[in-house]
Design a protein around this ligand. Structure first.
Ligand SMILES: Cc1cc2nc3c(=O)[nH]c(=O)nc-3n(C[C@H](O)[C@H](O)[C@H](O)COP(=O)(O)O)c2cc1C
Length: 366
């Protein structure tokens, strides 16, 4: 995939904020920043990771990919393993429950050149857990040591896991799992601060995550409800976690990895305008078009993204009504162009309207 440079104006803004990034190492895995992109099904494919890397994410993890699908050599599944040397540090996430299948899939995934392989141990979806995969692995602790060490032995790159705090309120065993992972050669652990039975309800338990990061022998990436730059910046100053993982916040605000690096007072010097949003829209389109050769897929991905970016902006509902029925790319590009250009030249006003509420995207695979 060919990476596309930004305009000089936008690149200058990005450059100003990028200066605040500090590289980190989690075990053997190097990252350019401790603010990283969470795995999200149907979202964190190569085009999105590439874009978020250009916009400051220190690392990105693919959407969950079925070990069985890989082993059956399903074309669509194998395509999900695509990576690029131009993207930020990347991991490919696998889900499954049987050790031989996970080993076989991990060796295939490794050949797609990620920096590490990640195991999904947080997916709460019944279809996955009833077979014993995703968050059901949190309950099967007796088999975990073999799963981790066998997988680790079968690949030449680091292995990480992504978990929740536990299965339910009575079984918040993340610390035990981190210990098993440490003893079995896992490099680091991403933790979504909810139990499986919480799904996306309530708030992520950051007290739990802070204690876990203090007590765990492995580096912890804290995750859950980090949705705006102010809170992420404050959290980054005080957290025990080695890195902070951002999911839904990056869907609403593509500049979140950059804007969260500095205090608001310094950030005010760098304002991302409607025109910048438009520029990255066309970048994203370019990457999607290189990656997916099926126009309806490109259309639906762009439509979803533009809905998220426009959420809370003036006339957004009217705009969405026009976007939904839109039938071809040219029409969509025009609509999006006209919409973002319609904002007043006051960029402060434009950004103040971006907001996040707890009901946004409350179903996911981790
Ligand atoms: C649409 C969506 C898809 C998701 N898909 C995955 C996935 O494939 N693998 C995974 O480990 N977590 C997945 N998650 C969970 C996120 O990685 C993250 O743990 C969760 O959204 C909480 O973080 P946030 O509050 O920053 O969004 C998904 C979440 C959402 C909203």
């Amino acid at each position: 995939m060919n990476i596309k440079p930004f305009s000089i104006e936008l690149q200058a803004k990005i450059h100003l904020l990028m200066k605040y990034r500090r590289p980190i190492k989690l075990g053997e895995v190097e990252m350019s920043s401790k603010l990283v992109l969470a795995p999200m099904a149907q979202i964190t494919h190569l085009p999105f990771r590439l874009l978020m890397g250009q916009l400051g994410a220190g690392m990105g993890i693919s959407e969950l990919v079925s070990a069985k699908g890989i082993n059956y050599k399903n074309d669509k599944t194998l395509h999900m393993l695509s990576t690029s040397k131009d993207e930020t540090t990347k991991g490919l996430q696998l889900f499954g429950e049987e050790i031989p299948a996970m080993i076989e899939a991990a060796t295939v995934a490794e050949s797609y050149a990620p920096e590490f392989i990640d195991i999904n141990m947080g997916c709460p979806v019944n279809k996955v857990t009833k077979k014993g995969g995703g968050s059901a692995l949190l309950k099967r602790t007796e088999g975990l040591s073999d799963l981790f060490s066998e997988m680790r032995k079968s690949i030449n790159i680091p292995l990480s896991i992504k978990i929740r705090t536990g299965w339910d309120e009575t079984c918040r065993n993340a610390l035990d799992i981190c210990q098993i992972a440490y003893d079995s050669g896992v490099e680091f652990v991403s933790v979504h601060g909810r139990t499986r039975s919480q799904l996306y309800k309530g708030l992520a338990d950051w007290d739990f995550l802070e204690n876990l990061a203090k007590d765990s022998a492995l580096p912890i990436l804290g995750n859950g409800d980090l949705v705006n730059p102010g809170m992420i910046y404050q959290k980054s100053l005080s957290t025990n976690c080695h890195a902070l993982m951002i999911g839904r916040g990056a869907l609403k605000n593509p500049f979140i990895f950059l804007e969260s690096l500095v205090h608001e007072s310094e950030r005010k010097e760098v304002i991302f305008t409607p025109r910048d949003f438009l520029e990255i829209y066309f970048h994203y389109y370019d990457y999607l078009a290189q990656h997916f050769d099926w126009e309806p897929k490109i259309m639906i991905t762009l439509k979803k993204q533009i809905m998220w970016w426009s959420y809370g902006l003036t006339n957004a509902s009217h705009f969405r009504e026009k976007v939904f029925p839109c039938k071809n790319l040219e029409e969509l590009h025009d609509l999006v162009g006209n919409y973002f250009e319609s904002f007043s030249s006051d960029p402060y006003l434009f950004r103040q309207k971006l907001h996040f509420d707890q009901s946004f995207m409350t179903a996911g695979h981790g």
